[in-house]
Design a protein around this ligand. Structure first.
Ligand code: PMP
Length: 443
């Protein structure tokens, strides 16, 4: 359709069914193996990340380094850090890479207990339990919290790990429109009469599942309104803060801090360590009784190898930096840097005429492509100019709502962001996705 884009013709041309089939194959590959027919469309294999806090990455077979706008390294802890790294190395020597044991069979080290205390304190809950993987935290905890006879009411854009956990629980699942308190209320009203006591209604338990920042949209949960509805209908609330914990709020404590919500109003707080903390794993924080119950009953606590000690130490150290307990104000600086970077980048993209999703202060910035045929062109042209972005498309989004998603980090400098903006602007012109340009020009 466009001379400049001839290299991408296979996805643009052909009979309808061929087009759909090709698209589907490509997108499957986005979650699995790279595709031979369209090299560089998605990052294939990364040879190494830079030691400048993963700000850049080097792809195999490609001599140049790319500016990394694809990782969830929000605070820049995902790389060498003057405080965290020496401590992680020390813990490696003292505790080894793995405990090779489950938490109840000798896999609980001093570090694991320290981590749980540290997380509970950080998220302002009485207690916490940690797991070796964020994905497993959702998928293994939900079936312990709720089962047959229960009702789960889930935001339509919740992460796959929560969907899997919900499905595995045996509870009935109802989905409410993304971030719509009104629709949540409508769904709840259909299921129970308002004000009915918990003991007199058809559900043993009702659990509403939401996220702090939605990873494909970049918007914040309308938590205060959702909490009010949960209280009205006596439903428990489960908040996944994978993308918000550490990244937003004055002291990095996530959406509750940002939106002025008392954490006592959130029954179950979940989060992951793979983003702001530059490590891996997940947590559940809640009342002492809840956490004790989970420790006795959750199979992923009883039967899975405990989180790797250096990973645990990395989390403890990064929380200490965020809270300034390492004796410096680097944490506060990182938090104000990510806010400043995100707001600068978002407003520049909007000025250029891109349709950008999400809220200000959010480090997740999806720009809409809509037409799936534009995905490989956008991604490949950015990579040619050494900027790596993540393309998000079906099945992660509806077929015609394809987007490119940028994640901003505190470790990006102003120069990095300006360079990235220049590249994105040029590629945006080439691919034709500055959909707001007409309107912006008129103003
Ligand atoms: N919840 C959400 C909202 C996520 O976005 C993710 C992964 N990006 C997870 C849970 C799973 O976390 P992890 O990658 O740390 O396993």
């Amino acid at each position: 359709t466009n001379d400049n884009l001839q290299g991408y013709a296979p996805i643009c041309l052909g009979a309808e069914d061929f087009y759909i089939r090709r698209l589907y194959l490509r997108i499957q590959d986005c979650f699995g193996r790279p595709i031979a027919s369209a090299p560089d469309v998605w990052f294939d294999v990364v040879e190494r990340y830079s030691n400048d806090n993963n700000k850049t990455l080097k792809r195999t077979g490609n001599i140049s380094r790319c500016l990394n706008l694809g990782s969830y390294n929000y605070l820049g802890f995902g790389g060498a850090d003057e405080y965290c790294t020496p401590r992680a190395i020390e813990s490696l020597k003292r505790f080894s890479p793995s405990t090779c044991s489950s938490r109840v069979d000798g896999g609980t080290t001093l570090l694991h207990n320290e981590l749980e205390e540290c997380v509970a304190r950080f998220v302002r809950k009485p207690a916490a339990i940690v797991f070796g993987m964020g994905y497993v935290t959702n998928s293994a905890i939900l079936p312990v919290l709720i089962g047959k006879g229960g009702l789960i009411v889930s935001d339509s854009l919740n992460h796959n790990s929560a969907i899997n956990g919900a499905r595995g629980s045996g509870a009935i699942i109802r989905v409410f429109q993304h971030n719509s308190p009104d629709h949540l209320e409508e769904v709840l009203r259909e299921q129970i009469a308002e004000g009915q006591p918990r003991t007199h209604r058809p559900w043993k338990k009702i659990l509403v599942i939401v996220e702090g920042i939605y990873s494909m949209e970049g918007d914040f949960c309308k938590l205060p309104d959702i909490i009010a509805i949960c209280k009205k209908y006596k439903a428990y609330i489960y908040l996944d803060e994978a993308h918000s914990i550490g990244a937003v709020g004055k002291t990095g404590r996530g959406v509750c801090e940002l939106l002025g919500v008392d954490t006592a109003d959130v029954d179950i707080m979940m989060g992951t360590f793979s983003k702001s903390f530059g490590s891996c794993g997940g947590y559940i924080a809640g009342s002492k009784e809840l956490i004790q119950y989970l420790k006795y009953t959750c199979p992923a606590h009883l039967y899975a190898t405990s989180i790797s000690p250096p990973a645990a130490q990395q989390i403890i150290s990064s929380i200490k930096v965020i809270l300034g307990e390492n004796g410096s104000n680097r944490g506060v600086e990182k938090l104000s840097q990510i806010r400043e970077n995100s707001n600068f980048f978002r407003s520049e993209l909007i000025k250029m005429g891109f349709e950008v999703l999400g809220d200000s202060d959010s480090p997740i910035m999806p720009i809409m492509l809509y037409n799936p045929a534009k995905i490989p062109a956008f991604s490949r042209e950015c990579l040619k100019k050494n900027v790596a972005v993540v393309m998000v498309a079906f099945p992660a989004t509806p077929l015609l709502l394809a987007r490119a998603r940028m994640c901003i980090s505190a470790s990006h400098t102003k120069e990095d962001l300006i360079k990235a903006l220049e590249v994105i602007s040029q590629v945006g012109d080439l691919v034709g996705i500055k959909y707001l340009l007409g309107e912006a020009d008129k103003q």
